[in-house]
Design a protein. Structure first.
Length: 249
């Protein structure tokens, strides 16, 4: 009996992290919000794996996982995006930050679609909700850290100029938000990071993506995450997955 509860406890830990992230974002602490979304993603990765290892997979676990994902990868990044847009508009265009409500709306639709889409077995169709959440938590953290001198001096003044334009432009952020929402429910095939073997021939796109991502994050930290996500989409477009065999969003 206890064994059956373990995966659900892990899933609920994901939901708890998402709730804390929402509370933190509501208070304006986007760094803490980002940390708890990442923690939620870790729990989300291990709940399904634990259920399979313990042979206790259940329909309830699947539904609970989706509900938790809506909170952590839908509502939480929506709050983060709202706080960013609210800050950069500075009281003008007061209605613009409200567009952030589209993130939980489209994320919920994407998760429901994923649950009934039998094509998504080893690859994804449409941007996974954790990938979208990663983009917004990284933008939120960079927005809050934009006045931290060591970050920009390490990255260089060109990076500062570029990211300042991105972080301080409500119109660019709005366009990005709309594009990502469309990507969530699009028919774009995207590779997953699940390895069925370690063969270079079968996994070269995954290996290239992981190596590049690791190097970029090691060099520039959280600044790299939006570009890593863009690379993920670009690689999927130029090297589309040939099979649809993933079971986790």
């Amino acid at each position: 009996m206890i064994k059956k509860l373990i995966p659900n406890i892990i899933t609920l830990s994901n939901l708890a992290c998402g709730t804390i992230a929402i509370m933190s974002a509501a208070l304006g602490d986007l760094i803490t919000a980002a940390v708890f979304v990442i923690l939620g993603a870790i729990f989300d990765f291990f709940d399904g794996m634990t259920a399979r290892l313990l042979h206790v997979q259940s329909p309830m676990g699947k539904e609970l996982d989706s509900l938790s994902d809506v909170v952590t990868f839908g509502v939480a990044p929506g709050f983060i995006a709202f706080r960013i847009l609210d800050d950069v508009t500075g009281g003008f265009f007061w209605w613009l930050p409200c567009i952030a409500i589209l993130i939980p709306v489209f994320s919920s639709y994407r998760l429901a679609k994923f649950n009934i889409d039998e094509r998504q077995t080893s690859s994804f169709i449409g941007l996974p909700t954790p990938a979208n959440a990663l983009i917004w938590l990284s933008l939120g953290a960079m927005h809050q850290l934009k006045m931290t001198s060591w970050m920009w001096s390490f990255c260089g003044w060109n990076a500062y100029d570029l990211m300042s334009v991105v972080l301080e432009s409500p119109w660019f952020l709005t366009l990005l938000l709309l594009l990502l929402c469309v990507a969530l429910v699009s028919e774009l095939p995207l590779f997953s990071l699940k390895f069925h073997n370690l063969s270079w021939a079968d996994n070269k796109v995954r290996f290239v993506f992981l190596i590049f991502s690791f190097v970029m994050i090691l060099i520039t930290g959280i600044l790299a995450i939006p570009f890593v996500m863009i690379l993920y989409i670009v690689l999927s477009i130029f090297f589309p997955p040939t099979k649809n065999i993933s079971n986790h969003d």
